[in-house]
Design a protein around this ligand. Structure first.
Ligand code: B12
Ligand code: SF4
Length: 477
């Protein structure tokens, strides 16, 4: 049986970061481990440069898969719909079309509304659900097994059914991604564009050491996607993967992409101890961000000793009211205290901010723009609030009729799809552009950036800035 796992084709301008598709890598490796005679191919449109539906569909037709699994982010729903419609009409029943990933985990039983040509959806850990589905299809027992496959979404006489899902607590069981047979990690290590503007050394390998997040920030869909409990890989398992990336693939820097790497002090301490025991000469960064309230002096000192150098922090806003409104669970005082602590410990500090939360005023947003310098962060990024399906803020906005219940976010070309009441999309875009301009038009900062920028990343960094600042596609509601 041939299984193709794919990331759908997005317009070139929306591919601003190019890193390993971690979820597809894990699913493919797990299928291969459990069904050794299955042929598994990962098609990542971003790394292959497929930016049109035609190119993507042509490649799928060449591959002739029995099962096509597509990972669906909410901003990719429209293109995925087109892809699935085309494949269904051109390949018919010869291929089983399965969707999974963040959007499916967010809207679950509504998935056939958004993606009517899909045969199945799978929620939670795709490793379990898709492997079981492929086994059933292979053995011809799908009819008997259908209501037992973990997290399967299927149609039964026109009714959508959702099986009980499972977040496997033992994620070591998934092993690490099979870089030899499933995915060409070299394409990312040497040709990728890591998250965050800068890195110290290259090649950069990306890993995750935990899945899930127990915090309930109202704008965030992480818990919907990977669960509301932290599930940690064992430190030995993590260190073995880092060593594999360093020794066998030449990685010199590791990016930890967890939602919450620092949630457990013991997890951090044991991984750092393992890295020290292996005497690995690497730099480590956390470009996806950690929570300020989980770090302390002892933890930072242990991390520093084994090569951690850059910490991203999800700070979101300078407004104390907004922090409360979004249930971020941190205060302005704590932000100041912990950023100062990280600086004293010698880390490069990066803050992530969001402009245009519901209820925010123009003044709130400009205050957020000035905040990073007030608290001494080295760098800051300013995104715009985008309602994500399934989150509590999304539901609130639907209830208030500010967005429709089939609202789809977009992250393309610096596009803005939501602005708070009393502010137009164009006004919010103007604020974002001004905030970014004033923040980066600082000679000291420009000098710092030039020193850190790698030649191969220049095109991505400038494209990112250009698109955000000059190419916004804005359609007022
Ligand atoms: C690391 C990360 C990234 C990385 C790498 C993403 C990647 N492709 O692997 C980078 C930095 C590139 C990234 C970028 C973006 N991200 Co991101 N990211 C994450 C993060 C923090 C962890 C994802 C992860 O690796 N998890 C671990 C792996 C094992 O899980 P997974 O990839 O989700 O896959 C599992 C399941 O989803 C499922 N599954 C996934 N695909 C499929 C396919 C099939 C067929 C099946 C059956 C199952 C299945 O099974 C997998 C294995 O268990 C999550 C937060 C979270 N907790 O999920 C946000 C998250 C997924 N990202 C999010 C967003 C919004 C983005 C961006 C749009 C941000 C932006 N402003 O540009 C971009 C878009 C990227 C793209 N694909 O085009 C949202 C998605 C919300 C949504 N409803 O779409 C999340 C949930 C965070 C949030 N803000 O709420 N991201
Ligand atoms: S923003 Fe961070 S801490 Fe908050 S729920 Fe999302 S991943 Fe968890």
């Amino acid at each position: 049986m041939k299984v193709v796992l794919a990331k759908p084709p997005m317009p070139q301008e929306s591919v601003m970061i190019l890193t390993l598709p971690i979820g597809l890598g894990y699913i493919g490796s797990y299928i291969k481990k459990h069904i050794p005679d299955a042929e598994v191919v990962v098609i990542d449109s971003d790394v292959l440069g497929y930016h049109s539906v035609d190119k993507f569909v042509r490649r799928i037709k060449e591959e002739k898969p029995d099962v096509l699994g597509i990972t669906v982010f909410s901003h990719a729903v429209l293109v995925t719909r087109e892809v699935l419609n085309r494949i269904k009409s051109e390949l018919g029943k010869s291929v089983c079309l399965v969707v999974g990933g963040p959007h499916v985990n967010a809207i679950r039983e509504k998935i056939f509304r958004d993606l009517p040509s899909a045969d199945f959806g799978i929620i939670s850990d795709g490793e379990l659900g898709l492997t079981a589905l492929v086994e059933s299809l292979q053995s011809g027992r799908l009819k008997e097994d259908i209501n037992r496959i973990a997290g399967l979404i299927y149609r039964d006489n026109g009714i959508t059914c959702v099986n009980a899902n499972k977040f496997n607590p033992d994620i070591d069981e998934y092993d690490f991604i099979d870089y030899k047979n499933i995915i060409n990690v070299d394409g990312y290590l040497r040709g990728g564009s890591p998250m965050g503007l800068f890195h110290r050394r290259s090649p950069v390998g990306t890993i995750i050491t935990t899945r899930g997040c127990p915090f309930l920030c109202r704008f965030c869909a992480s818990g919907l996607n990977t669960g509301k409990k932290i599930r940690s890989r064992s430190p030995a398992h993590v260190v073995a993967e880092i060593k594999d990336l360093v020794v066998n693939y030449g990685a010199r820097e590791i990016h930890i992409m967890d939602d919450n790497f620092t949630f457990s002090k013991k997890h951090v301490r044991d991984i750092c101890q393992g890295i020290a025991n292996e005497s690995l000469d690497i730099s480590i960064a956390m470009p996806n961000g950690i929570r300020l309230d989980t770090v302390d002096e002892e933890m930072l000192s242990v991390m520093k000793k084994v090569g951690f150098y850059s910490l991203g922090f999800g700070i979101e806003t300078a407004s104390a009211d907004t922090l409360k409104y979004i249930s971020k669970g941190i205060t302005i005082e704590l932000i100041k205290e912990k950023v100062a602590l990280a600086k004293r410990a010698g880390f490069q500090t990066v803050g992530f901010f969001i402009l245009g939360f519901p209820n925010e005023s123009v003044k709130d947003n400009y205050n957020t723009g000035r905040f990073p310098d007030k608290i001494g962060l080295d760098f800051a990024s300013f995104g715009n609030f985008t309602p994500l399906p399934g989150t509590s803020l999304y539901d609130e906005l639907v209830q208030k009729a500010e967005i429709r219940d089939d609202f789809l976010p977009s992250f393309s070309s610096g596009e803005i799809t939501y602005s708070p009441n009393g502010m137009t999309l164009k006004e919010l875009k103007k604020i974002q552009v001004r905030v970014i301009f004033f923040y980066y038009l600082n000679p000291q900062r420009i000098y710092k950036i030039i020193g850190l920028l790698k030649l191969k990343d220049i095109k991505y960094v400038f494209r990112r800035l250009f698109l955000i600042l000059f190419r916004p596609k804005i359609k007022e509601r």
